[in-house]
Design a protein around this ligand. Structure first.
Ligand SMILES: Cc1cc2nc3c(=O)[nH]c(=O)nc-3n(C[C@H](O)[C@H](O)[C@H](O)COP(=O)(O)OP(=O)(O)OC[C@H]3O[C@@H](n4cnc5c(N)ncnc54)[C@H](O)[C@@H]3O)c2cc1C
Length: 430
């Protein structure tokens, strides 16, 4: 005998998830596996491109493993064993740390492939994926003020449709259209980043390390200025390389810099044989914003949860967002599963209110430190000093890598792990 549906007659699903990026597909997978009826709404059609660096540190890989994704190279991933840091006249190869919490490897895969794979995983788990469904805003109940569904434009004709469910997850990325429709603006005092990337055919396509270049000089003004951010070179293993750069909003140059020109000038200075020249480009330069350090809150209010970029989950230390989108999705799904097993009313609300609490516990203090860090390096003097004196010190850089990539064991770790854990204990949560 099948399980009787818990859906009310006027509802289209038990949970609506808006956006099938890493946040949405991960949440939909966990929710569907828990037996919930999930509607996953996506404005585009898979496979589709997403402007990204395509790189995951072990922190992101852990999320894939938790979800049951096969991350071996045979399954189409290019694994890497650490980070190569270039700057201050030195090149350092730092292997990912050996930890109990995270695997010792990162991965690279195009988002075109990656996102479709995750969306299909959600479908296989039982989520109903509707593509070409562009959500235009929340449906709010007049009396309770709760979000009880979404309105959308569907198909090439953009026909208006309304979907209803007792809980809605906003996983629609940095545009955060759903959150904006209920008045949740971004918090201007929290850091943002801007990043641009392009693919090139290059002999550097197979690389055991993710490479980051810490010296990005803005030469557009009278004085060259060292920018807070980094350039990356991630070999894709298929003859191409994903090259890009990201800059933090905390510098004076933010918003005034021509990022595409900055990228061209950086790449023109790289060795000819790497191939980062116009004639080797396999596509256009694409760019987008990086919402960091919980820059949109509350993460739960009145039936709506903000997950991934929509809730500003990008790590302010390093600009990584895929793993954190998945991590927040997992926490959100756990709370929603508990909530929907309870009757409507205060008991259910208590379970949903557990989501921002769980997020704060997992990332709040670490992101608070990250927000401070991003302000510090927004000062060119601090950035210059850190690059000049920090980089040549391998032991110090091992600590920096752990801190910047969130790769430390909160329990039973080494001395560095204990230092980072202590710092996050002292820092209040964002
Ligand atoms: C240039 C660049 C490089 C980056 N490099 C890296 C990197 O190397 N590693 C890393 O970890 N992170 C990187 N990031 C950050 C990362 O891309 C994001 O943090 C991550 O994609 C967030 O996942 P998400 O699911 O929250 O949002 P998204 O990936 O943006 O997914 C949102 C989904 O919602 C859909 N959607 C949007 N609006 C609507 C709507 N109204 N209705 C229906 N569907 C909608 C979109 O089509 C999309 O499928 C980079 C970002 C940029 C811009």
């Amino acid at each position: 005998m099948g399980t009787p549906s818990r859906r009310k007659a006027a509802e289209d699903a038990e949970v609506i998830v808006v956006g099938a990026g890493p946040a949405g597909s991960t949440a939909a997978t966990y929710l569907a596996r828990a037996g919930l009826d999930v509607l996953l709404l996506e404005k585009s059609t898979f496979p589709r491109e997403k402007v990204c660096g395509d790189g995951l540190t072990p922190r992101g890989v852990k999320q894939l493993i938790d979800l049951g994704i096969d991350t071996r190279e045979e399954a189409g991933w290019l694994q890497n064993k650490g980070l190569r840091v270039v700057g201050g006249g030195v090149t350092l190869e730092l292997d990912w740390p050996d930890l109990a919490t995270f695997p010792p490897y990162g991965v690279v895969r195009t988002r075109q492939d990656f996102d479709e794979m995750l969306a299909r995983t959600a479908q296989r788990a039982g989520a109903r994926l509707l593509e070409q469904t562009n959500v235009t805003g929340a449906v709010v109940d007049d009396r309770s003020g709760r979000v009880v569904g979404v309105s959308a434009k569907v198909g090439p004709e953009r026909s208006p449709v309304t979907y209803r469910a007792p809980v809605v997850l906003a996983c629609d990325g940095v545009s955060a259209r759903l959150a904006l429709s209920v008045g949740l603006d971004k918090i201007e005092s929290r850091p943002m980043g801007v990043a641009v990337r392009r693919y090139y055919a290059s002999p550097r396509s197979k690389d055991d390390y993710l490479e980051s270049h810490l010296e990005l000089w803005d030469r557009s003004g009278p004085e060259p200025r060292l920018l807070p951010g980094y350039g990356w070179i991630f070999g894709m293993g298929d003859g191409t390389v994903n090259v890009g750069l990201g800059i933090l909003s905390t510098s004076k140059a933010f918003g005034k810099t021509d990022y595409r020109a900055l990228m061209r000038s950086w790449l023109d200075g790289t060795p000819e044989e790497w191939g980062f020249r116009e004639h080797n480009a396999t596509g256009k330069i694409g760019g987008a914003a990086l919402p960091m350090g919980f820059n949109r809150t509350p993460h739960y209010a009145r039936g709506l949860l903000l997950v991934g970029d929509a809730g500003g989950m990008v790590n302010p230390f390093n600009g990584e967002g895929i793993g954190y989108a998945m991590e927040s999705a997992k926490l959100a799904a756990e709370c929603v599963v508990q909530a929907l097993a309870r009757p409507e009313g205060p008991a259910r609300e208590r379970a949903l209110a557990g989501y921002p609490v769980a997020l704060k516990q997992a990332l709040g203090s670490y992101y608070r430190l990250g927000n401070i860090f991003s302000r510090l390096i927004g000062n060119p003097l601090v950035m210059r000093t850190a690059t000049k004196y920090g980089l040549p010190r391998t032991t110090l850089m091992k600590l920096v890598l752990k801190l910047l990539a969130g790769l430390y064991d909160p329990k039973d770790g080494d001395a560095f792990d204990r230092m980072i854990t202590a710092a996050t204990r002292i820092a209040p949560s964002v």
